[in-house]
Design a protein around this ligand. Sequence first.
Ligand SMILES: [Zn+2]
Length: 434
Amino acid sequence: MNPVTKAKDFRVNLAQHPTKRYTRRPLEVITHLAVHHSLTTSGSAKAFANYHVKNNGWPGIGYHYVIEKNGTIIWCNDLDLKTYHVGKGNRYSIGVCMVGDFRSQKLETAQYEALQYVLKRLMAEFSIVNTHVLGHSEYPGYAWKECPCIDMDTVRLSLEKNEVKKAKAYRGIDYNCAKHYIFNPNVILVKPGETVMKVVSGINHLEPGDVRIQDKTLPLEKNVVEPVAIKLVNENEQIPNQVRQLVSRMRLQEYTVFTDDSKPYNLNLVGMRKDRGTVNQFDDKLFVFWKYHSIWSLREYQITTDPGLPYLQDPLNPAGTAVLKEGQYRGAYRIGKHRNKYSALVQAKPVTVYRDNDLDGMIDLSGMREQTGFFGINIHRATASGTSVHVNKWSAGCQVFSKSDQFEDFIKLCKSSASYWGNSFTYTLLSETI
Ligand SMILES: [Zn+2]
């Protein structure tokens, strides 16, 4: 079986640091491949990503690919990202990690075949010679490292020297691909003598309708003469960067992201709280994003997630002014009337707030008391027309829009959503700084 059919594009699914990013490099500097093992008897790209982000504080997972024991290839990072895996060698190498501890474990055949497939394909794409395919411990300064603990000479021998020559063939049909598609599980190669339909239907999870072919003149049922690359419809390429980042932040915290795109307006409502240094400003954001027919849409609104100054200095509630705690509140909102006046999202289930009662006019949540319950923490607008500049009494803890037209747009989306998915909304509040 062609291992590429077992490849998965997880670039947007893995944990990412909230702020740090790997730097980009020109693809031309890539001259080496680095082979690792995970040094763990089991594991997954997801687990390694969590570890690299949470424990090491890295921007994301250190490897470009992870190969699971059953041979599944997980694509983890754009190849032009200079990730962390071989120190000074990071600049010019691509990192491939096999799940396993090969000090004690044996390399499974499926895993070894997938490794060879990845290495060959990358050698071809980047014109890398087999002497530049190195184990981690063969990189400068890493002789002490027990990685990958497989015989790299055997690996190199198994890689034909003419992979580089084949590269020209690949390049010739390089589908005008963006850099992300240099190695793309969503691109399938049809070899001379095969038909497009045969190859496509041979891949179990694909229907002909899932295939987007660059060359519209290509006959689907006739044998091709020259190799042809067909590109599969891949939702990931259509994810706006901002959505990618929000989704990855949400997944890092194990929050639900609504992705059922069978009906329109399956909304994700995500507040992003800026640092708490400034009060009384509408300096936070509310993102609304949803997927329909594989295409993501995104709206960004200016809001405050924090109460205004007057209430911080003089709380309505003797326990202190409510500040909504970061978290995901499943189904906690519905369309109702804010103060019995106009349509807004009103609280329908308990939420958790901090109580700020030190009356210093600042928001400092360390050591604050938490309360969970019904506090009328709604999502509504400030001024009925135009823009409100200061929060003041517009918020005693509610999530409040500064611009009336943005709010109208928002509530319209919510109403559309309610007609398809019911009058229930999940609100997720994230912090720009964790
Ligand atoms: Zn290593």
